[in-house]
Structure formats: structure tokens, C-alpha cells
Design a protein around this ligand. Structure first.
Ligand SMILES: [Zn+2]
Length: 406
């Protein structure tokens, strides 16, 4: 009980039949303290999150499966606490380490070699080229922003309580009287917030309308944690290929492969060469040019033959890739030359074909298989039929009518 005389507290505990406990304590799973929680107080959260990692089962999941677990379990557990508490940075780092290790290597810790993409890039929204995993620090900030005092929390604490509610915006703006309400010793953080607030307030123009709170990051002016989270990425560059990647019907692992390929993080001969590792001097499929992801998916004569065969088989009227710089660029052009009912099928085929070319390339590199467009085409047909049966309606619409999927 806060600010309570011992006699009063004795009466209350007897009446309610409850016990007294000293701060700090844990209530509903959240550590209650008078100050910011310490590392030791937040460690149970880290241990609890680590305990949720599946042990042997993680080895049976591919990365796209582990991504689902990271998003829905590992990133969700801490939300309850970071909604009310601002954890120390080291705790956020430990939580991220667990998520990162599990996604890339299926265990709590992974070294740099296992992590193909920087974690900050993974934590960006899908439309900005990330995997949509929640960034713990930004998510916490967005959730705690619901309390207005979070705009300048340390400075707000320097204003006496009696002034906080009694002062209106107009009173506070008149002759900068809000600045005179600040009392006590200002530290570096408070001074920084003071200067930031001064600049913001200077630009404020009052009208005759009554005061109202407007959240500028949402169309209807109402705060939501989602809009606040999005606003922390304001000014970031969008990823043009995100719709093709994430809005198209395809297996999650195929989308994950394309996401990595888009970031040039697949171990092609070109990438191995850049890292000074052993590699084949020329593409194994055509034996003509050095092997890069662009060459493998778009420029290789072998791949172009596969593209031609698949597009003809699916009766898609667009032409195969030619001189396009990216797969997305080709898809945009091809889409314009495809009738509307066939466009979803085209998008799914755009993801399916490069994936199976990559798998065939892997069989040639690691299992000594001979390149064969016939085998890739057969594999594409079998896989397309499976996808159509599994729910790829767009692909089903473009498959030949005599196929047993309709
Ligand atoms: Zn080639």
C-alpha cells in the first residue's frame, strides 16, 4: 500500500484478508517497482521465452516454419511486459538473440555465419523488404505511446502533479508558461526532451476550436499501436517486389527462398567467389557464363528454355524473360500482356519456376546430376498440379483442362 499509515494498512489487511508485500514484487507476471526494471528483474521473461523453444522439433522445420513460430510465439510473449515497462537494452538484445538464433539455426544461439540477413532488416515490415518480425524496441515504444506522458516522460515527471491536469493547452502556450511549470534539477535526458518539445510547441497555432487530441499517423486521427509502429519506419525505402513475394499463392519456403534471392543471399558461385570460397567458374546448367542469381533465374539459356516451355504449357501469352534486370521487372511487363483471369496463375508460376531451377542447380552441384530441361519441366508440372490441389486457385485456372486438378 502506498502512502498508507501502518494502522490503516492493518485494518485494510484484516478486512480484505490479504497480505502485505514489499516492493519490488511481481503482480500478474509483471515486476512492480518504483523505478525502471533492472536486468535481474526482467531475466525471468528471457528465460520464459527461451523455454518455449522447441528442442528436437526445430530441426524438422525449415526456416519459413520457424519464422511462423518466431512471429507468433517468441515475439508475442514479451508484449505483455513491454506494454507497461521499458526493459533495459540488454534484455531486448537477449530476446532478439533468441529469435535470431531460432530463425536461422533452430536453436537459442547462432553465430554470424548462420545469419544470412541482418536482424534489423529481418525486423522491417514486409512492404519495406523485411520478414515482418516485430522489432522489440519499436513495438514497445508504439505500445507505450498510448500514455501521452511518453512524449517526454522524464520532463513530464518534473511537472508538479497539481499543474498537470489543471493547465489547458491555451494556458500552457501563453507566454510559454508550460516551461515555467517545470521544476527540479534537469539532467541531460530532460534537457534533450525540453529542446525537442520547445521546437514542436513553437510550430503550434491555436484556433477557436476546443482542444482535441489528433494522431497524425492515422487517417481518422485516432492513435493505434499499429499506426505508431508503422510511423517509426517513416522515410524508409519500400521494396517494390513485396507484393509479388508475399501476396502470391506459393509455399512459404518458396517465398522465403525468393526473399533471400532478392537480397542476393543465396550461395551462388558469384557469391562464393566474392567471399573467396571454392566455386565453379561457370554456370553448371549452360557452361557459358559465371553463375549469379540473375543469370540462373533470367539470363541462362537453360532457364530461358524452361521458362519458354512452362509459359507455353500454361498457355500464358507473355514472352519469357529476356534482358530484364530483376524477376519483378519481368513479372510487371509479363502481367501487362496477360489477360486478367490468368494473372494470379502467372504470379504463382513466376515464383515456382526459379525455385525449381535453383533446386535442379543444387542437384547438379551437390549430387552430380546432369542438367536436363526435360526433368525440370516434369518437376514443374508435378509441383504445379500439387499446388493447384493444395489451393492455388490462380494456378489451377491456367493449368491445361485435361489435368486432373479441376
Ligand atoms: Zn547458365
Amino acid at each position: 500500500m502506498l502512502n498508507c499509515e501502518p494502522d490503516d494498512s492493518a485494518v485494510i489487511t484484516t478486512t480484505l484478508g490479504c497480505q502485505l508485500a514489499e516492493l519490488p514484487l511481481t503482480y500478474l507476471g509483471i515486476p512492480l517497482t518504483l523505478r525502471r526494471p533492472t536486468r535481474a528483474q526482467m531475466m525471468p521473461l528471457v528465460n520464459k521465452t527461451a523455454a518455449k523453444l522447441p528442442t528436437w522439433k526445430s530441426r524438422l522445420m525449415d526456416r519459413s516454419g520457424r519464422l511462423v513460430l518466431v512471429k507468433s510465439v517468441l515475439a508475442a510473449i514479451p508484449l505483455h511486459q513491454i506494454l507497461v515497462l521499458q526493459p533495459p537494452k540488454c534484455i531486448l538484445k537477449l530476446l532478439e538473440k533468441i529469435q535470431r538464433g531460432f530463425l536461422w539455426d533452430g536453436r537459442a544461439e547462432a553465430n554470424g555465419g548462420h545469419c544470412h540477413v541482418n536482424w534489423r532488416a529481418v525486423c522491417r515490415p514486409l512492404s519495406l523488404g523485411g520478414l515482418g518480425v516485430q522489432d522489440m524496441e519499436r513495438a514497445g515504444l508504439a505500445l507505450r505511446m498510448r500514455w501521452l506522458c511518453q512524449i517526454a516522460p522524464e520532463l513530464y515527471a518534473c511537472i508538479p502533479k497539481r499543474h498537470r491536469k489543471a493547465t489547458s493547452i491555451r494556458d500552457g502556450l501563453t507566454d510559454h508558461s508550460w516551461a515555467r511549470d517545470i521544476h527540479g534539477v534537469l539532467g541531460l535526458q530532460e534537457l534533450g526532451q525540453y529542446l525537442m518539445l520547445w521546437t514542436e510547441v513553437e510550430a503550434t497555432v491555436l484556433t477557436d476550436q476546443p482542444d482535441q487530441l489528433v494522431w497524425r499517423w492515422n487517417a481518422n486521427g485516432v492513435y493505434t499501436a499499429k499506426s505508431c509502429y508503422r510511423s517509426t519506419f517513416q522515410g524508409s525505402r519500400a521494396c517494390p517486389a513485396w507484393k509479388l513475394l508475399w501476396k502470391t499463392w506459393a509455399l512459404p519456403r518458396v517465398k522465403f527462398f525468393h526473399w533471400l534471392a532478392n537480397k542476393d543471399r543465396c550461395w551462388t558461385a558469384e557469391r562464393l567467389r566474392r567471399r573467396g570460397l571454392q566455386h565453379h567458374p561457370r554456370c553448371l546448367l549452360c557452361d557459358q557464363e559465371p553463375e549469379s542469381m540473375h543469370h540462373l533465374t533470367l539470363a541462362c539459356p537453360f532457364s530461358r528454355q524452361v521458362w519458354y516451355d512452362t509459359l507455353s504449357w500454361l498457355r500464358l501469352p507473355c514472352r519469357p524473360p529476356d534482358n530484364e534486370l530483376t524477376l519483378h521487372e519481368w513479372w510487371i511487363t509479363a502481367r501487362q500482356h496477360t489477360p486478367k483471369p490468368m494473372r494470379k496463375g502467372l504470379a504463382t508460376a513466376t515464383l515456382l519456376v526459379p525455385w525449381l531451377i535453383w533446386k535442379h542447380r543444387n542437384s547438379c552441384v551437390f549430387d552430380g546430376e546432369q542438367p536436363s530441361t526435360q526433368r525440370v519441366n516434369d518437376r514443374i508440372k508435378a509441383e504445379a498440379a500439387l499446388w493447384a490441389r493444395a489451393g492455388a486457385l490462380g494456378l489451377r485456372a491456367v493449368l491445361p483442362v485435361d489435368w486432373d486438378v479441376h
